[in-house]
Write a new protein. Sequence first.
Length: 271
Amino acid sequence: MSPPCRPIHAITVRRVTRKRAVVPSLVVAAAVLAGCDQTAWIDQVSVAAKPTDAAELAAFLRDGTAGIQSAHVELEVTATGTTITGSGDETLRGGRPETLDLSETIPGAGDVRVVMVDGRTYLQLPPAISPSDKPWLLISSSSSDPRVQQLAASVESVNRSSDLDQYRAFAEAATVTVVGEEQVDGVSTTHYALTVDVTRLPNDTPSRQDFLSVGILRLPVELWVDSEGRPVKVSEQLAVQGQEITSVVTLGNFDEPVTITAPPADQVATG
């Protein structure tokens, strides 16, 4: 029997960057084999395993989202029998949104469009419920108009849904169970079930204070992660003041060209 092979040339690649997104660890080996047992050598080479615990998953998500520059977002939120749907695009830096353009359909109200640029948030409402005769409203939580304050709070929850870095924080503060391999819109993913300890989330984590203010200390999260450490689907189901709320966020089209600009100044009213 031939002795086990010894690779004459082997390269280990820890990370490969494509479109500035970090992909998971790979092992690439090139060997010149002569007079040896190739099967024995192949058996010695293995690909890095997928994350199985909280620390590994958090690191995988951190590396996977750090370089993402843009993403397409689809969301669905159901509460008390009413379902709000939305879709749009965002640009990101370090996993956090820099700009956002998202359109929502709200039963009984109509279509609403949210644009976030340069730290400002603009809202386009159906004429029947708009407080202005201009098509866009610059909203702020410090507005003197209670309606605008309420709109600002609602929009902030949408902005939080588009924050990818929060899922890394969720993993760090959770117990993690691997559910299995699943397809999400044709993408191969690993499905994880998380139980997040909200008290362990960093203070700047989106929604942390909101969860604590309504007494939610444990947050169940279903998370689907692709082979590059990018979250492609997130589902949360919780009870708030006797109401069941389910939210599903789906992400894709990573790093596709996206340009988001503010509405023309003469079309914007201030609240």
